[in-house]
Design a protein around this ligand. Structure first.
Ligand SMILES: Cc1cc2nc3c(=O)[nH]c(=O)nc-3n(C[C@H](O)[C@H](O)[C@H](O)COP(=O)(O)OP(=O)(O)OC[C@H]3O[C@@H](n4cnc5c(N)ncnc54)[C@H](O)[C@@H]3O)c2cc1C
Length: 394
C-alpha cells in the first residue's frame, strides 16, 4: 500500500488497522516532511470561520486536532529529553504549540452583530468570549478595538506547523516499529523523497494509493483539469522587533485574526499573513524581494489597523505556499475526497483515492478527515466518507 504523503492519513492508518493486518506503507514526497503548504502555514488553529461561525463538523475536527497535538507533543518531549540516543535529519523545536488564544476584533457594526450571533454557538471546548476594549488592552496593550468589542478564543492555539508535522511523522515511525512484529501482522513504514510523475506507474505494485499532493495534484496527467480545485498562493511575512526598539508583544498575548492575521511566535517575533493570489502557478516556497515588497504593501496596513505598533517591527523574511481551494458549498468550502479509479487507466487491481482541497483550513481538517479516509481505504468502502466531501464527483 502506498500513501502519497499525508501524516494524518498514515498516522491514522497505523492506528486503525487491525492488529493482524500486514501493512506496508510507502510515502512519496518530492520535498520531504512539510515540504508543501502544510510546512509554511500560519499555524492558527480553531474550529471557526472568520465570522466565528462553527465550521462543518467543527466539534469533531477540533477534538481530533487536540488528540494529534497531544501525540506530537509527547514525541517532542520524549525526543528532547533523550536526544543523545536519536539521530534526526532535523531539529525538533522545544515547543510546537503556543497556547495563548486568539483575538477576533469586530471591524464594523454589521460585523459585530454577525459575530455576536455566531459566537453564541461556540464549543465548550473552544469558547468564544466577547470582551471590551479594556479587557482586550489588558491582553495586548495598544490593540485597536473599533467597536469596543473583541471576540476572545482562549483555547485556540498557534502551532509551529513544520515541527508538528515532523513530530507526527516520528510518532508514526514509533508506532510502526512497535507493531512491526508478526504478532501485530507486521507494520512497515517507508519515506521516499521522490517525485511522482504518473499514477498508473503504481498499478500492480500496491493495493491502494492515496493521492495527497496538495495544490500540485492537478499537475499529474491523470488528474489535470479534472479536480474542482483552484490554486491560491499565499505569502507570509516574518517580522521581528529590533533589540533596542519599541514595545515587545506580551509573552502571554494572544494571536490576532483580522483582515490580516498576526501569528505571534514570541515577544519579538510575529508572522503576518496572508496574501491571496488566485490562479497562481508559482509553487515555490521562496519569495523574491519584489514579491515580498508587494505582500508587505498589502499586509502592513491591515495589520497596523488593529495593532499599530507593528510599524516598529522590521521585516526579516517571507515564505509562501499554494492552497488548493475547493468549491463553496452550502456547508462552506469543504475538502474534496473520494475514489478516483475511473480517472486512472489500468485493470484497477490497485484502488486510487484522492485526499485534497483542504483550502485554508488543512490544520483543522486533517485529523478527522485523515481518520475517515483511513477507514474508507482499509474497508475499501467510499460510503464511509461524508457525502458532502464526495459529492464533487457527481
Ligand atoms: C500562506 C498560507 C497560510 C496558511 N495558514 C493556515 C493556517 O494558519 N491554518 C490552517 O489550518 N491552514 C493554513 N493554510 C492552509 C494549509 O496550509 C493547507 O490547507 C494544507 O497545508 C494543505 O495540506 P496538503 O497536505 O493537502 O498539501 P501540502 O501541504 O502542499 O502537501 C502536499 C505534498 O505533496 C508533495 N508533492 C506534490 N507533488 C508531488 C509529486 N508529484 N511527487 C511527490 N510529492 C509531491 C509536496 O512536496 C508536499 O509536501 C495556509 C496556507 C497558506 C498557503
Amino acid at each position: 500500500m502506498v500513501l502519497y504523503y499525508s501524516f494524518m492519513v498514515q498516522n491514522l492508518l497505523l492506528q486503525h488497522s487491525s492488529e493482524k493486518l500486514h501493512l506496508k506503507i510507502d510515502i512519496y514526497d518530492e520535498s520531504g516532511i512539510g515540504g508543501g503548504a502544510s510546512g509554511i502555514a500560519g499555524g492558527l488553529l480553531h474550529p471557526y470561520s472568520p465570522k466565528v461561525r462553527l465550521l462543518w463538523r467543527g466539534a469533531e475536527c477540533w477534538k481530533e486536532c487536540l488528540k494529534l497535538l497531544k501525540i506530537a507533543e509527547r514525541v517532542v518531549d520524549k525526543r528532547n529529553s533523550n536526544y543523545h540516543n536519536v539521530q534526526l535529519d532535523w531539529n525538533l523545536c522545544e515547543s510546537i504549540i503556543r497556547r495563548r488564544g486568539i483575538l477576533r476584533p469586530a471591524m464594523d457594526a454589521k460585523h459585530l452583530d454577525i459575530l455576536t450571533n455566531n459566537a453564541q454557538n461556540c464549543l465548550p471546548s473552544c469558547k468564544i468570549e466577547s470582551i471590551d476594549k479594556d479587557a482586550a488592552e489588558a491582553l495586548v496593550p495598544n490593540i485597536q478595538v473599533p467597536f469596543n468589542s473583541v471576540f476572545h478564543m482562549p483555547e485556540a492555539v498557534n502551532i509551529h506547523p513544520l515541527c508538528y508535522l515532523q513530530a507526527l511523522f516520528l510518532a508514526c515511525q514509533d508506532l510502526a516499529e512497535k507493531n512491526s512484529t508478526s504478532s501485530f501482522g507486521g507494520k512497515e513504514l517507508f519515506m521516499h523523497k521522490k517525485s511522482i510523475d504518473r499514477l498508473c506507474d503504481f498499478e500492480g505494485e500496491y493495493d491502494a494509493v492515496i493521492v495527497c499532493l496538495g495544490a500540485k495534484a492537478d499537475l499529474l496527467p491523470e488528474l489535470s483539469g479534472r479536480l474542482p480545485l483552484r490554486t491560491c498562493r499565499g505569502v507570509i511575512a516574518h517580522l521581528q522587533l529590533p533589540d533596542n526598539a519599541g514595545e515587545t508583544y506580551p509573552d502571554h498575548g494572544p494571536s490576532i485574526l483580522s483582515d490580516a492575521w498576526l501569528a505571534v511566535q514570541g515577544p519579538r517575533d510575529i508572522l503576518v499573513g496572508s496574501t491571496w493570489e488566485w490562479k497562481s502557478r508559482n509553487y515555490s516556497s521562496v519569495v523574491s524581494a519584489e514579491e515580498a515588497s508587494t505582500a508587505l504593501e498589502q499586509l502592513l496596513p491591515k495589520a497596523s489597523a488593529i495593532y499599530p505598533k507593528i510599524k516598529d517591527w522590521s521585516f526579516v523574511g517571507a515564505k509562501a505556499g499554494i492552497r488548493a481551494m475547493p468549491p463553496l458549498t452550502s456547508f462552506g468550502s469543504l475538502p474534496v475526497l473520494g475514489r478516483i479509479d475511473d480517472l486512472v487507466v489500468g485493470n484497477h487491481s490497485c484502488k486510487y483515492w484522492f485526499f485534497g482541497g483542504l483550502g485554508a483550513r488543512g490544520l483543522l481538517y486533517h485529523g478527522l478527515l485523515g481518520k475517515l479516509m483511513a477507514q474508507a481505504v482499509l474497508f475499501n468502502d467510499e460510503t464511509l466518507l461524508p457525502v458532502e466531501l464526495t459529492s464533487w464527483k457527481k
